[in-house]
Ligand binder design. Structure first.
Ligand code: S3P
Length: 168
């Protein structure tokens, strides 16, 4: 199987964006963050999109956005934590699950980073969401990496795996 793009999935704050930037640099590929593309296209923050148009609308923006982004090949794409739950990830994507525990995620995120995420405001609701989603991430992934340590300690594991795959 030849993959068109590398798609990173995982819960909010698991490190998809940081991992994606680093991987893209090491692989000489372009990095794309779906949330950032949506924010640019909508000229609005994720918080404002949720507030003014609602979560359901945001989910349809995510599906449209990932479909558009994969028109190009050879990219490392970071998705929002809900994208693989509500949208289908286009075929020929090599899906890597960045798997961090809930308590690790909470410790890692600054207040500023937490404030950017509407679904992370209430910790017990966020934990329920985490529990609901993790099996789906696992199911979808071609590869799962334990992301409970610092990125430097696990990035080479993903790098080595990807080098063994045929990604355009
Ligand atoms: C969401 C995750 C966020 C962002 C939005 C909704 C989710 O992205 O798309 O706040 O439903 O898990 P990150 O995973 O980058 O935080």
């Amino acid at each position: 199987m030849v993959y068109d793009n590398i798609v990173l999935i995982g819960f909010m704050g698991s490190g998809k964006t940081s991992v994606g930037k680093s991987l893209a640099r090491q692989l000489y590929k372009e990095f794309v963050d779906v949330d950032t593309v949506i924010e640019k296209e909508q000229k609005s923050s994720i918080n404002d999109i949720f507030d003014s148009m609602g979560e359901e609308h945001f989910r349809s923006l995510e599906q449209t956005c990932i479909n558009e982004v994969v028109q190009k090949k050879g990219q490392v794409i970071a998705t929002g934590g809900g994208l693989p739950i509500y949208s289908s990830i286009p075929e020929k994507s090599l899906i890597v699950y960045i798997d961090a525990d809930f308590d690790v995620i909470l410790k890692r995120l600054s207040t500023k980073e937490r404030d950017k995420r509407p679904l992370l405001q209430d910790t017990s609701k966020a934990k329920a969401l985490f529990d609901e989603r993790i099996n789906r991430y696992e199911e979808l992934a071609n590869f799962r990496v334990d992301a409970n340590q610092s990125i430097q300690t696990f990035i080479h594991v993903i790098f080595d795996y990807i080098l063994d795959q045929r990604v355009l």
